[in-house]
Design a protein around this ligand. Structure first.
Ligand SMILES: NC(=O)c1ccc[n+]([C@@H]2O[C@H](COP(=O)([O-])OP(=O)(O)OC[C@H]3O[C@@H](n4cnc5c(N)ncnc54)[C@H](O)[C@@H]3O)[C@@H](O)[C@H]2O)c1
Length: 436
């Protein structure tokens, strides 16, 4: 199959590289010139484990190409995937669909034979209808279908998620489009990945329902963690106790500083808005959004409390800036709110992240960046683990204690057993676990 992808970001690039690896011919188009130039010359603009090799080998074999102009790519394609961003619209929290509609208008100008236009971006229910209307209006003569194929990959595990997905959701309202998408995903049928074919609107909503449910699960365990702290219970044991129940499942039950990232915050908000507009408000998710928003700054207060009630003039060292490990994505990372909260309380903040510092620097102009965890800890009055990178899972506590001004560790990811850290001479706070 010949595939064009609009948007060479986390989703477009991973999808493009994986489709090419399946044997399809893929051309990725992006408006960002620097990104395309980098990709054309073998430089990957994002950090995603395994992606460099995959892009490089498919570039070499000529199955994967990059460009700024969509004309030839789209004119030739059996399917055009739209993988542009759908951020929160400033001011009201609805999904900003301007990039989607601009892409649809661009596609309309150049389609020349039957083409399936597939929205892979996360878009509110009914967006496919509008994409279809826009293209039909611009090109009444065009032969095309519009399908929805929401993406469920996780950054940090994107390639294995794409190649071995729990399921593929395809929303189509006609057989021609269905046949082309079936051919594109045929290599995955062989792996027996369940393919769920639904109406276009159902597929669009399924993506939001999935993300809202996961965000709710995280928020649930975070509130249980707060309760554990008040009543002297252990949230990790509670999570295990409920997670072993198959009806609940153990994933997404790790208490922490609140969810962030490029998807959950904007998608929960967009679902709330769609539901309100549709006259069927999702109150559970409205609460999830509010609880999570307050939680990030509450984590800064937790650090202040661990430092004896004030951080004014003190140095706080932060380990981990990205919203989760194995990515360089800083979008809506809890670290941003936590660091601002600490600075507002008068702290001087130092930070280290294995992959996120380049992206983080312009977002955190008043933070001093360190070269590793020990450099970060040097002279600090408290150390805070915000993101659970592997590099922070086996820290040398003797070296840290020697480097720090005061041995205080606030572990917002519950990486360490409390007794172990305290035995190393640290004062230790974590999330939802009792202090003996
Ligand atoms: N990042 C994830 O983990 C993830 C997972 C599942 C779904 N999604 C969804 O996928 C979509 C894309 O997310 P992302 O993280 O890849 O975004 P991104 O910001 O990394 O990439 C989007 C890219 O689209 C480009 N672009 C914008 N308008 C364009 C146009 N008209 N033509 C060509 N390129 C254009 C931008 O320059 C950018 O490079 C979003 O809707 C997101 O919600 C993301």
């Amino acid at each position: 199959m010949k595939i064009a992808i609009l948007g060479a970001g986390y989703v477009g690039l991973v999808s493009g590289a994986c489709f090419a690896d399946f044997g399809h011919t893929v051309h990725c188009v992006d408006k960002d010139e620097a990104k395309i130039r980098a990709l054309q010359t073998g430089h990957n603009p994002i950090f995603e484990p395994g992606l460099d090799t995959l892009v490089e080998s498919n570039l070499k074999q000529g199955r994967l190409t990059f460009g700024l102009d969509l004309t030839s790519a789209v004119a030739d394609a059996d399917a055009v995937f739209i993988a542009v961003g759908t951020p929160s619209r400033r001011g009201d929290g609805f999904a900003d669909l301007s990039y989607i509609y601009a892409a649809a208008r661009d596609i309309a100008k150049v389609i020349s034979k039957y083409t399936v236009i597939v929205t892979k971006s996360t878009v509110p229910v009914g967006t496919g209808d509008e994409v279809e209307r826009l293209i039909r209006e611009a090109r009444p003569d065009a032969d095309f279908s519009v399908a929805s194929n929401p993406e469920f990959l996780r950054e940090g595990a994107a390639i294995s998620d794409f190649k071995r997905p729990d399921r593929i959701v395809i929303g189509v309202d006609d057989d021609r489009a269905s046949a082309i998408l079936a051919e594109i995903y045929r290599p995955l049928y062989l792996n027996r990945a369940p393919i769920l074919t639904t109406s276009r609107r159902t597929a669009e909503l399924t993506k939001y329902a999935a993300n809202a449910f996961l965000a709710m699960k995280i928020t649930f365990i975070n509130e249980i963690a707060d309760l554990c702290e008040k009543v002297g219970a252990n949230v990790q044991e509670v999570a295990r106790g409920i997670g072993l129940d198959n009806r609940i499942g153990s994933k997404f039950l790790h208490a922490g500083p609140g969810y962030g990232g490029s998807c959950f915050p904007k998608d929960t908000l967009a679902l709330v808005k769609t539901a309100q507009d549709s006259g069927a408000p999702v109150r559970l998710i409205e609460t999830v959004v509010a609880v999570n928003e307050q939680r990030k700054r509450a984590m800064a207060r937790k650090v202040v409390a661990a430092c004896g009630g004030s951080v004014r003039g003190k140095t706080v060292a932060v380990l981990g800036l990205t919203f989760k490990p194995n990515t360089d994505d800083m979008r809506e990372s809890p670290a941003l709110a936590i660091i601002t909260g600490l600075q507002d309380a008068g702290a001087v903040v130092k930070a280290f992240d294995p992959e996120g510092m380049q992206v983080a620097r312009p977002l955190l102009p008043d933070v001093a960046f360190a070269s590793d965890a020990y450099d970060c800890a040097k002279g600090a009055d408290a150390l805070v683990i915000v993101t659970e990178w592997d590099a922070f899972r086996a820290l040398d506590f003797a070296a840290l204690k020697a480097a720090m001004a005061t041995p205080i560790l606030v572990d917002l990811r519950n990486v360490y057993p409390p007794e172990y850290v305290r035995a190393s001479g640290f004062s230790y706070e974590s999330v939802g676990r009792p202090t003996p």
